[in-house]
Design a protein around this ligand. Structure first.
Ligand code: PNW
Length: 498
């Protein structure tokens, strides 16, 4: 043993003598890799239905989520609703004060479409609803916090759903009318807009699996029709900003995608993972960010073939005309990415027939060693974050990216060390993507500022860095340990490692 020890020691000394400059550089690099780049935008995110409450006052119309939670309490944990939620419609000044206290530079919030257009149409613009978001934006700006506004985070007017919602191609015109009102009202104050939060989640959960509002179960058809109309609606809104507002307001409009990392379980499954990437990410990325536009060719092929084999006369994947291919292509000034977790891809099949899951002809699994969270779909896989960021950059010409959601759930504790662990490890991977891989990431928003209405899971799964007491009519907000951690990180401009 002693001999080995001394040999080991002398080799180490030798190495140290010859490469002290490299070692010094490593330490420097490591230090640099924990630091956010200059002007990097750090913020926190929320969504209207999940925090506002005030569901039927001040002129607001009914949304699809209002309808779902009231008609089907059985589908939501504990029959919870967003009727009051965190009461932010009334308590937004407290929320802004927390953002300010913690040092966040930006706040990503969403506008409730039926609060602005209770009839779904611009024949009636609800002045009180319009004023609420002016007040929120003014409060943010007075506190030096930059607003990032999402036009649609899952709560569209029920009346539009009664006419088909995202399955009706007229939605592009209805969404366009709504977007014009938002840009006109807030364009002088807001410079970053996001059109639609997570097309894939909207369409799969709402129109294929039927678990989210509007609860339609149309697998294999609904999700494809829905994405088709969501892409048209996004592009319509983008072109309206371009032609009517950009020269005056000089802002930016982006699209937001929810992306997991789809990693091959081993190299045998490289092709399966690539197909999965095209079906889950390329589905909405390729039409907007590729040079040629339209859906990925592997999707057109596979869905076309399977549809034929199943006896359909046309592909279940709808076809874009050249007009729409061109309108949708390049319709984003930046890419917004929501990322939480990863999957391993192997060969095989999954999902019912027909369905988007099944059409891919691959199987997704999770590694049993991955750390869990309170959400069954959310495993902690920090390295997947860097993996998918690099893949996005390489496939689509390195567009400017904002991370607009990233975070983890628990069942509610103020000592949320697991959340701090998650943020620290995911942030490290993001910084590696920036410094080592050259991915153009401009900002990061954590999900979420507050514990909030977590859709089907009600208030049982909590993502906030701020605890909200849902037993208390005043909805008292209490900072968690992770909020203090973030405060230090923002003040230091780097990740604190202890
Ligand atoms: C996001 N996935 O959705 C939503 O934008 C938020 O409203 C929500 O509260 C948050 O995640 C936490 O659930 C996603 O399975 C949910 O990859 C799940 C996935 C992606 C996005």
């Amino acid at each position: 043993m002693p001999a080995t020890f001394s040999l080991g020691t002398s080799i180490l000394l030798l190495l140290a003598a010859f490469s002290s400059s490299t070692i010094g550089k490593d330490v420097e690099d490591e230090e640099k890799h924990l630091r956010f780049p200059p002007n990097f935008l750090l913020g926190a995110a929320t969504a209207a239905y999940q925090i506002e409450g005030a569901w039927n006052v001040s002129g607001k119309g009914e949304s699809t989520w209002d309808r779902l939670v009231h008609e089907h309490p059985d589908r939501i944990y504990n029959g919870d609703t967003g009727d009051v939620a965190a009461n932010s419609y009334y308590q937004y000044k407290e929320d802004v004060a927390i953002l300010k206290n913690l040092g966040f530079k930006s706040y990503r919030f969403s506008v409730s479409w039926p609060r602005i257009l209770p009839t779904g149409f611009p024949n009636k613009i609800n002045a009180e609803g319009v004023q609420y978001y002016h007040d929120l934006i003014d409060e943010l700006k007075a506190n030096g916090i930059e607003p990032m506004l999402t036009l649609y985070h899952w709560d569209h007017p029920q009346v539009l759903e009664d006419m088909g919602g995202w399955l009706n191609e007229e939605m592009a015109n209805w969404f366009g009318d709504y977007a014009r009102i938002i840009f006109r009202e807030y364009g002088s104050k807001v410079k970053k807009f996001i059109t639609i939060n997570e097309p894939k989640a909207v369409c799969k959960n709402g129109y294929s699996l039927g678990i989210h509002a509007p609860g339609k179960r149309l697998p294999g058809l609904g999700e494809y029709m829905c994405i088709h109309n969501v892409l048209k609606s996004h592009a319509t809104a983008y072109r309206i900003y371009d032609s009517e507002f950009r020269s005056t307001y000089q802002g930016e409009v982006g699209v937001l995608l929810d992306v997991m990392a789809y990693m091959p379980q081993n190299f045998e499954f490289d092709a399966a993972a690539e197909t999965s990437f095209q079906f889950n990410v390329g589905w909405t990325m390729h039409p907007i960010f590729s040079k040629e536009g339209d859906y990925p060719s592997v999707m057109k092929q596979l869905v076309g073939n399977r549809s034929k084999a199943e006896g359909f006369m046309q592909s279940r994947l709808p076809v874009f005309s050249d007009y729409w291919i061109n309108l949708i292509r390049s319709s984003a000034d930046f890419l917004a990415v929501n990322h939480y977790t990863s999957r391993l891809v192997v060969s095989g099949t999954m999902g019912e027939i027909p369905s988007h899951e099944h059409d891919q002809g691959v199987r997704e699994v999770v590694d049993s060693f991955w750390k869990s969270s309170a959400s069954n779909w959310l495993k902690v896989v920090p390295e997947g974050f860097r993996y998918i960021l690099v893949q996005l950059a390489r496939n689509y010409g390195n567009p400017p990216i904002y991370i607009t959601e990233n975070g983890v759930s628990d069942h509610g504790t103020l000592n949320d060390d697991d959340r701090i662990y998650y943020y620290r490890e995911y942030l490290k991977q993001m910084l590696l993507a920036i410094y080592e891989d050259g991915v153009d990431i401009r900002g990061y928003f954590l999900w979420s500022l507050l514990d909030n209405f977590e859709w089907n899971e009600g208030y049982s799964e909590r993502f906030g860095i701020v605890f909200v007491d849902y037993e208390d009519p005043k909805r008292q907000r209490i900072l968690k340990k992770s909020a203090s951690w973030w405060k230090e990180v923002i003040a230091a401009g780097k990740i604190e490692t202890n």
